[in-house]
Structure formats: structure tokens, C-alpha cells
Write a protein that binds this ligand. Structure first.
Ligand SMILES: [Zn+2]
Length: 400
């Protein structure tokens, strides 16, 4: 099964995200992968980025040099193995507590919340790095650990296209980045159609984020593969190996998440505690990703306008559309798999998240030198407040 770990490079597709281990990459205009370019549908034609003006080249050189000078690998190593074992044991203990040992309703509530948090932790800190090829220098290890997402009921293959290619390349570009499209339920970006009920979205969307997991597990993966599209973008459907891998993942997921609990508990209890577990997980997962891109400090672009008149080179575009938060909080940094350092992640998706706090200083200094904005909310709650204000602004009738 072929999973794009970043925008594919060896398959003839132009890599929009240069690879750290390629040393300092050649810069140049970024072409859309041919499988995505679709001239017949203007909105689905993603923009090319103009050539780097020296900013990204210099930043990569400095970051790369810091790894070389400290004789450190940009991948995970033993610390990531220990972190992975810790999170997987947390998951297993929470699952066992919920399914085998809960005798009171409040046992189930506490175990469901713990299980939801541990599942989000697997998403943040294990599968995300592995799917980007940042967990290990060994591609086989990355592939194996990326399957933790299939184990959780969502296809790592579809995620590779949706996240690594579409989101990471055309971040916050409406019509290209499907992460900023919620359908009619929410208006996240200025050019999206506004409905009257969006006036209240800053209140209700937090709960609606809880639907994200079942939507992926039950609908999105099948729909995306059947139509070979994500949002307006064609994707490569993959061969039979891909299809079999996706179905096997769903079956394994259904086994541990539905069949085994049904052997021990009545149907309504399985439904209720599953809803709590996955709803809580979806809210945590969605909010963390929203705090990086759907906040007041982030900018949005329109794919049609950007395709005709690209404004900024790719790396500078990332700096304007991505925001860090709570950089000084080691507990959050551990749990979120460095996703509070999304700026560093977007610029260096092939570097393991354990290194983000260290390279953040280099990124910040290089931005200051080149006059490129670098945004970070100081804390978790200031980022939450910024997301709330952004939702409120997008829901107002006068919002542009
Ligand atoms: Zn990512």
C-alpha cells in the first residue's frame, strides 16, 4: 500500500515540502502534483508558489547545521520508543478498565475520558510523525506505526492525501485545504458561504467537533476512496492492496471497538460509552488542530485568486497561515506530540516532534532577520479564546 508520507517525491510528483535529509533542496516554483491538477474545475486547481527568496534555504541550512553540530538525528530514537510504549499502555489500561473492570456508571465515564485522551495521544504523537516519515529513519518502522491510525478506524492512506499533501501544501487556502471545510455546519474561512445559524457557531461547533471520528470511520474513508476525491481534489485511489489494507483496518477496529465490548455489555451501554469516548476524542483532536490554523492570527487565501496570482513562496505562506501556542508548556508539548509547535512542524514535517522546541529558536530568529511574521499564542487558553473570536467573526453577517 502506497501512503504519501509527505507530498510524494519519488513518484514523479513535485515535492512541495522539501526533505530535510535531502540536505539543502533546490528551490523553485512548486507545481501541483499532476494527479491533483484539474483544469476543468477552476476551484480544484491549486496554486503554485513562487520561488523561495532565500529565507527558507537559510532556515533549513541553520536547522540542518544544528543537527549536524550536535550529532543528533532528526528522527525519534529511544525517546520516541519510550513515549510510544507509554501511550499504548495508557490506551490498553483505559480500554481494559472500560470494557472489563467498570462496574459503576462513573467508572465508565472516567475510563471513557481516559481512553479518548489516549486515542488522541496516539494520533498526535505516534501516527502523525510516522505518517510524515518523521518517526524513524527506517521507512518500514514509519509504515508500521502509521497503521496505528488504521487500528483506530481511520485509513492512514486517505490521511496521507488529506493531511500530508492537501493540508500541508496548500494550508488555509480555501478550495485546496480540506481541513478548513466543515460543510454547512461551520464557516471557518472568509470566502465560505454564510448561513444564519453560523451566528451561533462559536458556541455549538465545539460539540460538533465530536462527530469527526465517526464521520471518518464510517463515511469519509469509503467515500474518498470510492470517488477518488477529497473535497474537490482528485487523489490516487491506489490498487487492490490499498483497498484490502483499508478494509482490514476497519475490521480490526470494529473487532476491538464494537464486537468485544458487545460480548460483555448491553448494546445501549456500548453505544453510550463509545459516543462519549469518540466524541471526547474528536473534540480534543479537532480543537488542537484548529488552534494552529483557525485563529485570529492566521491568514486565509482563496485558491482561485492564489492560482492566478500567488502571493508568497511556500515557506512564507506557512508562516502566515500557521500559529504556535503554549510553547513553554512541557506537559502539553509532550501530550500534543509537538502540535503546539505547528509552525515548526509545517516547515519541517520530516523532523520528529521531539526536536521542535529546540528548532523553534532558530525558526524565530530567522523569521525576525528576514522580516517574516512568526505567530505564537502564549498559552493554551489564549489560543482557545482566539479560536472562539475567529468563529464569532466568521459567523457575523458583516464578515468578509
Ligand atoms: Zn502534519
Amino acid at each position: 500500500m502506497q501512503t504519501p508520507s509527505t507530498a510524494p517525491s519519488s513518484s514523479g510528483l513535485n515535492p512541495p515540502i522539501p526533505d530535510l535529509v535531502d540536505d539543502i533542496p533546490a528551490t523553485g516554483p512548486v507545481a501541483p502534483p499532476p494527479c491533483i491538477a484539474d483544469p476543468s474545475a477552476p476551484l480544484s486547481f491549486p496554486p503554485r508558489f513562487p520561488q523561495d527568496r532565500g529565507f527558507y534555504r537559510e532556515m533549513k541550512a541553520r536547522v540542518y547545521r544544528s543537527f549536524r553540530d550536535s550529532k543528533t538525528s532528526p528522527f525519534g530514537g529511544p525517546r520516541m520508543v519510550l513515549k510510544t510504549v507509554t501511550i499504548l499502555l495508557w490506551f490498553a489500561a483505559s480500554y481494559a478498565a472500560l470494557v472489563f473492570f467498570s462496574t459503576e456508571w462513573w467508572h465508565g465515564v472516567l475510563a471513557s475520558i481516559s481512553l479518548g485522551l489516549s486515542i488522541a495521544g496516539i494520533g498526535f504523537a505516534i501516527q502523525h510523525d510516522a505518517n510524515h516519515g518523521a518517526y524513524s529513519s527506517n521507512p518500514g518502522s514509519n509504515r508500521l506505526l502509521s497503521r496505528t491510525l488504521d487500528f483506530l478506524g481511520a485509513s492512514s492512506y486517505v490521511w496521507g492525501w488529506k493531511h500530508n499533501v492537501l493540508h500541508h501544501t496548500w494550508t488555509n487556502i480555501e478550495g485546496s485545504d480540506s481541513d478548513v471545510e466543515l460543510g454547512v455546519i461551520g464557516r471557518l474561512a472568509p470566502l465560505q458561504k454564510r448561513y444564519w445559524f453560523h451566528r451561533f457557531q462559536q458556541y455549538y461547533l465545539w460539540l460538533a467537533y465530536g462527530l469527526v471520528a465517526p464521520k471518518w470511520q464510517i463515511w469519509d474513508d469509503f467515500y474518498n476512496l470510492a470517488t477518488a476525491r477529497i473535497s474537490k481534489h482528485p487523489i490516487v485511489r491506489g490498487g487492490w492492496g490499498t483497498v484490502v489494507g483499508v478494509i482490514l483496518g476497519k475490521l480490526v477496529f470494529a473487532g476491538w471497538a464494537i464486537v468485544i465490548p458487545l460480548c460483555y455489555h448491553p448494546f445501549w451501554q456500548v453505544v453510550a460509552f463509545s459516543a462519549l469516548t469518540w466524541g471526547f476524542m474528536g473534540i480534543v483532536l479537532s480543537v488542537v488542530f484548529q488552534l494552529a490554523h483557525c485563529v485570529e492570527e492566521a491568514e486565509f487565501q482563496d485558491a482561485r485568486a492564489a492560482a492566478k496570482n500567488p502571493a508568497l513562496p511556500w515557506a512564507e505562506h506557512q508562516l502566515r497561515t500557521t500559529v504556535d501556542f503554549a510553547q513553554g508548556n512541557p506537559i502539553l508539548t509532550w501530550y500534543l506530540g509537538g502540535l503546539n509547535y505547528q509552525v515548526e512542524h509545517h516547515l519541517f514535517p520530516r523532523i520528529c516532534h521531539l526536536h521542535y522546541p529546540r528548532i523553534a529558536r532558530i525558526v524565530r530568529e530567522t523569521c525576525a532577520e528576514f522580516g517574516v511574521p512568526y505567530s505564537a499564542n502564549p498559552g493554551f487558553f489564549s489560543a482557545i479564546a482566539s479560536h472562539y473570536r475567529w468563529l464569532r467573526r466568521m459567523g457575523r453577517p458583516q464578515a468578509a
